[in-house]
Each structure stands twice: as C-alpha cells, then as structure tokens.
Design a protein around this ligand. Structure first.
Ligand code: F0G
Length: 458
C-alpha cells in the first residue's frame, strides 16, 4: 500500500484557540458592525482572514532572530538577507521595507506620476490603492477565463497578451511606467502565472521599452505550480524556476509576510542601479536607512532563513496539499469553489452560493458573516466591498467575481481545522435559502474601505 501524505514538520510550540457559543458570536459580529476586521482575534476559533504575517516560524528562524545585528548601518543581517535575495531572485540590489505595501509606496513614488497607466493582472488592492492615490490608473489585462470560477485553466493568473498589447499601443510610452505582474494572482483566486506567459510579457515589454515588475508575495507558490503544471519544468528545482521567473523582470516588490514566512517585512529588488538609487531616496524618507529600511536586524535574519525554507520542495508540497485538502472537502460537499484551487487559499463563489442575494447587498460579505456565525471561522471578502468605488464617479465597482476567501496561514492549522471549516460551509449551504437578505453600508472610508467599513443588515 502506498504510504499516505504527511506534513514535512513536527510541532514544537502550540498556541491555544477558543471556541464560542452562537449567541456570543452573534453579539460580537453585531458589535463589529458585520466587519470581521473589527473582531477581536480571541473571539475567532479558526482564523483564515489572511495568510499574511501569521505563519509559524521554524526553530531555525527563531534561532536566527537571536543573532540579529541591530547596527544602524551596514548590519550583518542586511548582508545575510541580501545574499539570500540575490541567490533566489538574481536581483543584485534591494531595499528592505516594513511590508509589501511599503515596497509599493517607495517604488511607485520613484516611478508613477499623475495620469499614468499601469497594466497588470488583477492588481492587489494595496497595489491599486498606491496607483490610484497617485491619480494614475490600473488596467486589468487578466485572461478572461479567470473570471469564470468553473473553468479548469492551469494558469488563471496569466496576462492576456493581446489585451496588454492593446494598452501598450494606446498610450505614449512615457505614460506607462511599468507593467506589474502579480505572482500568484491573489485577486483572481491565488492563481499562478505560467513561465511562458511571463516570457511573453517580457518580450512585449522589451518591444515597447517598458519595465516589468513582479508583485512577488507568493512567488514560491507560483514556482510550485509551474513545476507541476508546465511542461519542461517537472524536473526543475523550485529555486531555479523562481530565478527564471525573476529573470523576466526589471524589479520586484515583495510582501515577505507570505512566502517569506515572517510576521512582518518586505523588500524591493532591482536589477538597475540607477532605479535603486532613485528609490533609495524615498526609502530613507518613508522607511529607514537603506541597510534596514522598515526592518530590524533580527527580522532580516528570520526572513533570510524563511526565504530558504519557503522555497523548499517539501515545505511547498505540504502547504499546497493542505489548501487542496480543504478545496476537495468543500467540492465533495457540493459547495461552489473556484477551480483550480489557489496556492494560498480556497475561494468560494458567493454568487453561485447565494444566487438570490443581489450583489448590491454584498453577497460575499454576507457569506463571510454567516461563516463566522456558524463556526467562529473568520474568512475575508474579495468582492464589491474590496473593489471599492470608482475614484472618479464614486459609484460602487461591481467586480465579476464575488468571492469568500479562506486563506490558510503557513504551518499553523491541521487538517482537522480544515474539516471544521468545510463542514461549517456545508451547513450554511444546506440552509442557504433561509438566508434571504444581505448587508448595507452604514459608513465607509474614502479609500480601501473594506478594512474599516461599518455594515448593517439590508
Ligand atoms: N501584493 C499582494 C499580491 C498581496 O497579497 C499583498 C497582501 C500585498 C501585495 C501587500 O502586502 O500586506 O505586506 O503590505 N496581501 C494580504 C492578503 C494583506 O491578505 O492577501 P502587505
């Protein structure tokens, strides 16, 4: 008999989590104005709000913390991290930042001007936020298959090269500061971008003289999918694949809270010294001196080790298998999930789950609230709340997909936790017709409203 799959680690330290009663959860979610960002984490049993910054560090990472060099300038921790980043990405220059959006802030300060056009594949909300904040425009060139949750396309994060070329043709070169490709593409369901597509983007970019930037938060998961799904890569090493991916880019932004497996941190990687120098000015202003930026020495040490572990085959297999385990359970229960499964999360198609609730009543957020009520499981909405209002017309933007995201923290939960999440969603699915109304907005912020929005029953 073939041996079953088991995790590639054992557990050295645990953290208690608490169950609650339905009555308690009802009171807490009302107090939170139906916005799960307002819940206290101790009122959550299984927290799948995000996979960002909440992974479990290894014993090697905790030991590396102790050796952190907190020198203001020239710390050994900086050089240790620099060497790992260069090994994995091939980028000779880097700037540490406190997290991914800080990397965006610094790089975009150096590159994006009012009126610019930034094509990409379903830009993540902070990326789009930093573009729109500068009165520039993000143009989504993701392949159309990405917007149908039932199509089994292996690389739903891909850029539609025809759409991209149309954008490159339609605007003068100096209005397009760069093309940004998000690997894996979070907003389209944690979907990977193929090597072939990255190379296609590179070729087009070179033809039009435009730089390519990779939003790399989950680059190792992307490399995993290339290894599994793209011909010619089955025998390649994850790190070689990653190197080949980054060779298609001129620079990268990184939220290390994902595939870096640290609680806080980010960086920008550069090939070009001039751009590095230009961005350094903003890094010093917004983040910190170039050899620490937004990070302490110990955090840079833990990140250097995290990047090594995060690009190991066994780790990635454990990680992606757990996500697929949850996906398969949900599919077996008939719950409509986005396929293929994402690298970091399972996405439930809320429009197919609650076809009778209008999108204007925030159908995905309605499901987020129900899941919390059912089992104390915290998920997040990737739908109309997140899509925010059009910056010019101030009308709600209704995205094609209304998703509930179950993002799985790295090395944190067991498959028993996944079973609870799956059964909780099944129970709601069984009584879905009894849930007749969605939610309405009571108050919201002018940008990135989903974090602080207050909602009421519609
Ligand atoms: N890019 C992508 C693709 C992301 O998923 C995120 C964060 C960022 C950039 C910004 O990085 O949080 O370190 O500032 N995503 C988190 C999430 C918040 O829950 O998906 P950050």
């Amino acid at each position: 008999m073939e041996l079953p799959f088991a995790e590639s680690y054992k557990i050295k330290m645990v953290e208690p989590i608490r169950k609650s009663t339905p009555a308690q959860r009802e009171a807490w979610i009302r107090e939170a104005k139906f916005n799960v960002f307002n819940l206290r984490s101790e009122h959550v049993f299984i927290d799948l709000l995000t996979d960002s910054g909440n992974g479990a560090m290894s014993d090697m990472q905790w030991s590396a913390l102790m050796q952190g060099d907190e020198s203001y300038a020239g710390a050994s921790s900086y050089y240790r991290l620099k060497s790992v980043i260069e090994d994995i990405t091939g980028f000779p220059y880097f700037l540490p930042t406190h997290q991914g959006r800080a990397a965006e802030n610094v790089l975009f300060s150096a590159m994006v001007r009012e009126g610019d056009i930034v094509p990409g594949n379903s830009h993540f909300d902070t990326t789009k936020g930093h573009i729109e904040f500068r009165k520039a425009q993000a143009v989504d060139c993701t392949i159309s298959q990405a917007f149908d949750t039932t199509i089994e396309h292996p690389f739903k994060g891909n850029i539609d090269l025809m759409k991209l070329e149309q954008v490159l043709k339609s605007y003068p070169r100096d209005r397009i500061p760069f093309i940004i490709v998000t690997i894996t593409c979070n907003s389209s369901g944690g979907q990977p971008v193929s090597m072939e597509n990255l190379k296609g983007v590179r070729r087009l970019a070179e033809r039009y003289g435009i730089p390519v930037i990779l939003d790399s938060a989950r680059f190792a998961e992307n490399a995993w999918f290339i290894k599994l799904r793209e011909k010619d890569y089955h025998d390649s090493d994850i790190r070689n694949i990653a190197g080949e991916m980054f060779a298609c880019a001129d620079a990268m932004t990184m939220s290390c809270k994902k595939d870096g497996i640290v609680n806080m941190g980010g960086f920008i990687g550069f090939r070009d010294e001039e751009l590095y120098k230009k961005a350094s000015v903003y890094n010093i202003m917004f983040e910190g001196y170039n050899t620490y930026g937004g990070m302490s020495g110990r955090d840079m040490n833990a990140l250097a080790q995290g990047l090594i572990e995060g690009t190991e085959f066994d780790y990635l297999q454990t990680r992606i298998n757990q996500v697929a385990y949850l996906g398969n359970k949900l599919r077996d229960f008939g719950v409509p999930v986005l396929v293929p499964y994402g690298g970091h999360a399972i996405f439930v198609d809320a429009k197919r789950f609650f076809p009778h609730i209008p999108v204007s009543e925030f159908v995905a957020q309605t499901l987020v609230v129900e899941l919390y009520r059912e089992a104390g499981v915290r998920a997040t909405e990737i739908g109309t709340l997140l899509a925010d209002r059009d910056p010019v017309s101030r009308e709600n933007r209704y995205p094609e997909l209304e998703l509930l995201r179950l993002a799985i923290p790295r090395r944190v939960y067991t498959n028993n936790h996944m079973d609870v999440v799956a059964v909780a969603l099944k129970n709601i699915y069984d009584r879905r017709k009894d849930i007749k109304r969605g939610l309405k907005i009571i108050s919201e912020a002018p940008i990135m409203r989903h974090f602080t929005v207050e909602l009421g029953m519609a």
